[in-house]
Design a protein around this ligand. Structure first.
Ligand code: NMX
Ligand code: MLT
Length: 438
C-alpha cells in the first residue's frame, strides 16, 4: 500500500541508523544476565528482542507505539456515529509509528476493502475438515492455505534484493489482514450458521464488517464491540508466545502467511489466547453451579475451594503484568456503558472483587489481577456469539495486525535468522561445578 510504504521509506534511513549505531558502538554492552532459574522458568524476564511496535510495562500495561490503551481509544480516528476507532487507523499507527488522520485511517480501510474476499479454495479447505476440528485450527489452516498468494515468496524466488524484502512483506501483510474478518466470519458461519458465505459490505469498516458477515448487520452495539475487541487484542509487545513464535518463523524469511499461521498456533494454547474460551466456559460453569449469581461469601468459598484443589483460574495472572490489565478495564468500561445489567458481566465483576486476594494468599501467583481474557468472552456471549470455541479466532484476527507489523519491520531492519543456543543437563552441571549453591 503506497501510503504506508512511503511513510516507512521516509523514516527507514533514520531508524536503520539508530539501530546500526547501537550495534556499532555498544555491541558488547550487556543487556541482562541469564540465571539457571530463568532458563528453567520459561526464559522469563530475559530481554531477547528489540521491538518498537509495542511495549508492556508491568505496572502500566501495554503501550502501542507509545500510546496507552485509553489514549489509543481516544486519539485514533472514528467513523461518523461511532465512539470506537477504526482498525485501519490502528494498523497505520502500528506500521508507521504516527497517529493517522481520518483520511489516512480511511485509506487503510479502503485498501483492505480491495482485498477482503477469501478465495474459494480456502473455503473448500475449511469445508473438507472434520466437523470437530477446532476453529483455531481452521483459522490457522485458512491462512496457511493462502500462502500460495505470498508476493514475497514469489519475488524472493525471482531474486529480490535484501533491502527490498520489507516492501513485499508489507504487501502480503495488507492483503492477509484484509481477509481476516472474512475468513473468521466464514469459519463462524460454516460451523454455526448453515455454512453461509456473506460477502463483505464495502460501506463498512474492517471491524464492523466482521459483525455484518456473521449476520449481525443491524446490531450497532456489536459493531462497536468488534471495533473495541480488534483494537485491544492487536499486540502485546514482541515476546509473548504468539509474537515470539511468529517472529522466529519470519526470521527464517518465511513469509507473513507462514509467520502468522505459526503465531496462531501459539495463540491457540490455553495458557495464551485460548484462555478466553476457557474463561467463558469456566464462568458458565460457576453460574450453573450456583444456579444464579452467588453472593460474595458463597463465591469466595467456592473460589478458595477451586484454588485449594489446584485449579488454574482462567483470565487471571500474567507473565509480565503486575496490575489489572488495562485491556480488561477498557472492556469493563464498555460493559458498564452498553450492558450494565448483564448477568455474566455481574459475575465477572464479583470475581474481580473476590478472587485477587485469594490468589495472593496462595503465595505463589505473581499477579493476582485479571488479564484481557477475564471478560472478553462474556461480552461476546451477551451479543449472541455464544460459541466460545470460536473466541480465540477473534483474538487472532486482531493479533495478526501486530504480528504482521513486527514481521514487516524485522525485514525493514534486516534482522537476521534467530538461532539461540541450547545446552544439555550434563553441560549445565559442568558449568556450575564448584560454584556454591544458591
Ligand atoms: N490461577 C491459579 N494459579 C495460578 C494462576 C491462576 N490464574 N496464575 C498463575 N498461577 C500459578 C501458576 O500455575 C504457578 O503455579 P505452580 O508454581 O504450581 O506451577 C504459580 O502460580 C506461579 O505462576 P506465575 O509466575 O504467577 O505465572 P506465569 O508467569 O508462570 O504464567 C499465566 C502466567 C498467564 C500463564 C498464568 O497466570 C495462567 O496460567 N493464567 C491463567 C490462564 C490465562 O489467563 N492465560 C491468559 C494470558 C493472557 N493472554 O491473553 O494470553
Ligand atoms: C497477550 O496479549 O499476548 C497476553 O497478554 C500474553 C502475554 O503478553 O504474555
Amino acid at each position: 500500500m503506497d501510503l504506508i510504504k512511503e511513510k516507512i521509506s521516509t523514516r527507514l534511513p533514520e531508524i536503520r541508523e539508530r539501530m546500526n549505531r547501537i550495534k556499532r558502538e555498544y555491541s558488547n554492552f550487556k543487556v541482562c544476565d541469564v540465571t539457571v532459574d530463568q532458563i528453567y522458568s520459561g526464559i522469563r524476564g530475559v530481554m531477547v528482542q528489540v521491538s518498537d511496535v509495542s511495549y508492556v510495562d508491568p505496572v502500566e500495561g501495554i503501550r502501542l507505539r507509545g500510546y496507552t490503551v485509553p489514549e489509543v481509544l481516544r486519539l485514533l480516528p472514528k467513523q461518523p456515529g461511532s465512539k470506537l476507532p477504526m482498525a485501519g487507523g490502528l494498523y497505520y499507527l502500528l506500521m508507521v509509528d504516527e497517529l493517522p488522520t481520518y483520511a489516512e485511517a480511511a485509506a487503510v480501510e479502503a485498501e483492505w476493502q480491495k482485498h477482503a474476499g477469501v478465495p474459494d479454495y480456502v473455503l473448500k479447505v475449511i469445508r473438507a475438515m472434520p466437523a470437530d476440528t477446532h476453529p483455531m485450527t481452521l483459522f490457522s489452516q485458512g491462512i496457511l492455505a493462502m500462502q500460495r498468494e505470498s508476493i514475497f515468496a514469489q519475488e524472493y524466488a525471482r531474486g529480490l534484493v535484501k533491502n527490498d524484502y520489507w516492501e513485499s512483506y508489507l504487501e502480503d501483510a495488507i492483503r492477509l489482514t484484509a481477509k481476516l474478518p472474512s475468513l473468521a466470519a466464514y469459519i463462524y458461519n460454516h460451523r454455526y450458521n448453515g455454512d453461509k458465505y456473506i460477502p463483505p459490505d464495502p460501506g463498512l469498516d474492517w471491524s464492523a464488517n466482521f459483525a455484518h458477515m456473521i449476520g449481525k448487520s443491524s446490531d450497532a452495539d456489536y459493531k462497536e464491540l468488534c471495533r473495541l475487541f480488534f483494537i485491544l487484542h492487536s499486540d502485546h509487545e514482541g515476546a509473548n508466545v504468539s509474537a515470539h513464535a511468529s517472529w522466529l518463523v519470519a526470521s527464517a524469511l518465511s513469509d507473513v502467511y507462514l509467520a502468522s499461521s505459526a503465531g496462531m498456533d501459539g495463540l491457540a494454547g490455553p495458557l495464551h489466547g485460548l484462555a478466553n474460551q476457557e474463561c467463558l466456559r469456566w464462568l458458565l460453569g460457576v453460574r450453573e453451579y450456583f444456579g444464579c449469581i452467588p453472593d460474595r461469601e458463597e463465591l469466595s468459598g467456592f473460589l478458595a475451594g477451586q484454588l485449594a484443589a489446584g485449579a488454574v483460574i482462567p483470565g487471571y495472572g500474567h507473565a509480565v503484568l503486575r496490575i489489572t490489565d488495562p485491556r480488561f478495564t477498557a472492556q469493563l468500561e464498555f460493559a458498564n456503558e452498553y450492558l450494565p445489567n448483564d448477568e455474566l458481566i455481574t459475575l465477572v465483576k464479583s470475581i474481580y472483587e473476590v478472587l485477587p486476594p485469594l490468589l495472593t494468599q496462595t503465595g505463589k501467583v505473581k499477579n493476582p489481577w485479571p488479564n484481557v481474557d477475564a471478560i472478553n468472552g462474556a461480552l461476546q456471549y451477551h451479543f449472541g456469539v455464544t460459541q466460545y470455541e470460536f473466541y480465540t479466532v477473534l483474538f487472532g484476527v486482531s493479533r495478526i495486525l501486530g504480528l504482521s507489523t513486527h514481521a514487516v519491520w524485522a525485514r525493514a531492519l534486516n534482522r537476521p535468522i534467530e538461532r539461540p543456543k541450547s545446552l544439555t543437563t550434563a553441560i549445565l552441571e559442568q558449568m556450575i561445578q564448584g560454584t556454591p549453591a544458591g
